[in-house]
Write a protein that binds this ligand. Structure first.
Ligand code: SAM
Length: 279
């Protein structure tokens, strides 16, 4: 394992600061700095970008992002025990790392960032999915970020890139692919993490499109896809009945058969239905 910076190896950082992983915070750390630099490279050329990193922990990915040339990293971390380790990284990269202690679901980081902005994170999966949906559904587009490079449980990653007709196709696929190009960039086995989780992981890279692929209101699209996929085995005329009394007419106007099921409907027709719901 070769060094990517002059800081101590992460195992030593963890021992020095007594950073035993806490299950309650979803802590599975990446300790191989070559791997974290590789993940940072998935995020693209960072030299002109500020990077928002959520959940830096002891700083493996943070160091990867800085070593790969990020103009600035703003790191949001909930666990105060990690702050001294992150302060050492800040000293090694003067003026390029700012750390905010807090819950990423509550902190608004935008005042601390200058565009262009990219996002990178290895987060607990529940927090990651909630943030992803928020990042994908602002009222205005393009969003504050140019790209998202996010570690997920492999099954969640597959749901983000899934195509119609597959089991993994659902709300996440529609919301992500509506406004982004999406791809799975890397897969990681449990042994890449300390402690190893039970599941396999994957890094997903999403690039914001300049405009969504089809016009639709994000809130309406969210509501439709939530209702349609929550009861994915039902016909759409049944699963969406609660959204409008004349749902069959609206489905037909959007070129969708009322007897179709959610997983058969592509993005274009979900967006057409979202527009029909507003008329
Ligand atoms: N990025 C580090 C790495 O790759 O080794 C740590 C990854 S660990 C899976 C998740 C990190 O997110 C932990 O450091 C944890 O404390 C932090 N975290 C968990 N929930 C958070 C939240 N709501 N806001 C900010 N950080 C959070």
């Amino acid at each position: 394992m070769s060094a990517i910076d002059s800081l101590p190896p992460l195992r030593q950082v963890i021992a020095d600061h007594d950073l035993r992983a806490k299950k309650s915070l979803g802590q599975n750390f990446l300790l191989d700095l070559n791997l974290t630099a590789k993940i940072a490279r998935v995020a693209g050329d960072l030299s002109n970008c500020d990077v928002l990193e959520v959940g830096p922990g002891p700083g493996g990915l943070t160091r990867g992002l800085l070593a790969e040339g990020a103009r600035k990293v703003l790191a949001l971390e909930k666990d105060a025990r990690c702050l001294p380790a992150l302060a050492e990284i800040s000293e090694a990269y003067p003026g390029r790392l700012e750390v905010i202690e807090g819950d990423a679901l509550k902190v608004d980081p935008l005042a601390h960032l200058t565009p262009p902005i990219r996002v990178a994170a290895n987060l607990p999966y529940n927090v990651g999915t909630e943030l992803l949906v928020r990042w994908l559904t602002p009222p205005e587009w393009p969003p504050f970020w140019e790209s998202l490079t996010l570690m997920f449980q492999k099954e969640v990653a597959q749901r983000i890139v899934a195509q119609p007709g597959s089991k993994a196709y659902g709300r996440l696929a529609v919301l992500a692919q509506w406004r982004c190009d999406t791809r799975i960039a890397m897969e990681l086995p449990p042994e890449a993490f300390t402690p190893p989780p039970k599941i396999r992981s994957a890094v997903v890279h999403l690039t914001a499109l300049p405009t969504p692929r089809y016009p639709a209101d994000p809130d309406v699209l969210q509501r439709i896809t939530a209702a349609a996929f929550n009861q994915r085995r039902k016909m759409l005329r049944a699963s969406l009945k609660g959204l409008a009394p004349d749902i069959e007419d609206r489905l037909i106007a959007a070129n969708i058969a009322p007897t179709d099921r959610a997983e058969q409907i592509d993005l274009e027709r979900f967006c057409a239905l979202a527009r029909e719901m507003e008329t």
